[in-house]
Design a protein around this ligand. Structure first.
Ligand code: ZN
Length: 390
């Protein structure tokens, strides 16, 4: 894998987004997908591509702009572009692979128009980059093909003018690394350094879909020149608590937390999210004031009411101080092998000189995992559905 030196873009001044994160709590919007569902759109609205909600930035821009505005109106600092699945990988499944640039640029324009229509504090636009429908660790797609698709999307988001690139709902560490590499390639081509966030998704078991636990993910991602590491989707804040605390205690990056409105309940075949706005606000207050997270918001099932409660409770809260220096660490294989715990970043010696830090990303390709007897693989737990409809 290509290595990226730090300070590639050393002449870029610190972005307004990161300046704001350094100064105060920054609050993201809530769900896009579940908000779209409330509009009861017709097949025509989807240009006969039902299920592909990103097409709405072209077919029903009024709906998407309205959803952005609903979150900005309650005080969200950041709105995410409706581009979660806007790579050629996903677009190709709807025979729309030639519309990557058009959809991404249109989506940024809608989010920007909405953000600019609000006075007062500066609002930001985050370019959403989802996990696609392929898992490279399971050989669904090659690294190079995935890299090219992500780079194409990232270039369009940068051209459209996003303030931050948001890699989210990452369930496969190899896919996460690929998207980060692509984003940095795109920024190099565009000659522009934007803040980069990488958010992983932990299942209720506490590990990523293919078994990577949070210590391994953090240790592997810490090596990249990304600005923010975080969590989103799959579970609610209650289930994320330990991982949020771990990240805040071990990562040198800013921490973002965008949970679902609780674990989804199945009611008549529909996913229903029951966490109340007050509950989400209470959890975020803890994440900010006790652990030091600075970026909070919502994922599936969260509504403007949820974000309103978070703004009221957390916007003026003082984040706990985090003083985490580089820590020598090897990514843990404990959740993969089910055997002896290899030292994690939480159990290694701090105080190692930064220049001597050795951080090793554990190989998360499927062959290595199977060689280790990864329980989730040997049990055939290789579902590939991407549950986030954020
Ligand atoms: Zn989600």
């Amino acid at each position: 894998m290509r290595r990226y030196k730090r300070r590639i873009f050393c002449f870029e001044p610190m972005s307004d987004f990161l300046k704001t994160v350094a100064e105060r709590v920054v609050i993201y919007d809530g769900a896009m997908g579940t908000s779209i569902q409330k509009h009861n759109l017709s097949v025509d609205d989807y240009w006969d591509k039902e299920g592909y909600s990103e097409i709405l930035v072209l077919s029903r821009p009024d709906v998407i702009r309205g959803i952005h505005e609903s979150y900005l109106a309650v005080g969200a600092d950041v709105v995410e572009t409706n581009t979660f699945g806007a790579t050629s990988i996903v677009l190709g499944e709807y025979e729309l692979q030639d519309k990557v640039r058009e959809i991404n640029i249109a989506a940024v324009k809608l989010a920007r128009e909405a953000a600019n229509s609000f006075n007062g504090t500066k609002r930001f636009v985050a370019g959403s980059i989802g996990p696609t429908t392929k898992l490279p660790s399971l050989n669904h797609i090659s690294w190079d093909a995935m890299l090219a698709a992500y780079e194409e999307q990232a270039l369009a988001l940068i051209e459209g003018g996003v303030d931050v690139l948001l890699i989210e709902t990452s369930q496969d560490l190899l896919q996460t690394k690929c998207s980060i590499a692509a984003v940095f390639d795109a920024m190099r081509k565009a000659g522009k350094r934007l803040p980069v966030t990488a958010q992983v998704t932990l299942e209720a078991t506490g590990s990523m879909l293919l078994g990577t636990e949070i210590g391994a993910a953090q240790t592997a991602l810490e090596t990249y020149d990304i600005d923010i590491i975080g969590l989103n989707c799959a579970t609610g804040p209650r289930e994320m608590n330990d991982a949020v605390r771990f990240l805040c205690h071990n990562s040198t990056k800013h921490i973002s937390v965008l949970p679902n409105a609780g674990l989804p309940q199945n009611e008549g075949g529909r996913a229903v999210y029951k966490l109340t706005p007050e509950e989400l606000a209470d959890f975020h207050h803890r994440f900010v004031t006790e652990y030091g997270a600075r970026i909070v918001g919502g994922c599936c099932g969260t509504t403007p009411e949820h974000i309103k409660a978070v703004v009221e409770k957390v916007a003026n809260a003082t984040p706990a101080k985090r003083e985490v220096g580089p820590i020598a660490a090897a990514a843990s294989a404990s959740s993969l092998s089910g055997g002896t715990r290899i030292p994690t970043s939480s159990s290694t010696t701090s105080g190692t000189p930064p220049t001597a830090v050795a951080i090793i990303g554990f190989p998360c390709d499927i062959a290595s995992m199977m060689a280790l007897g990864v329980p989730s693989v040997s049990e055939g737990r290789t579902k590939t559905s991407m549950p986030c409809i954020n």
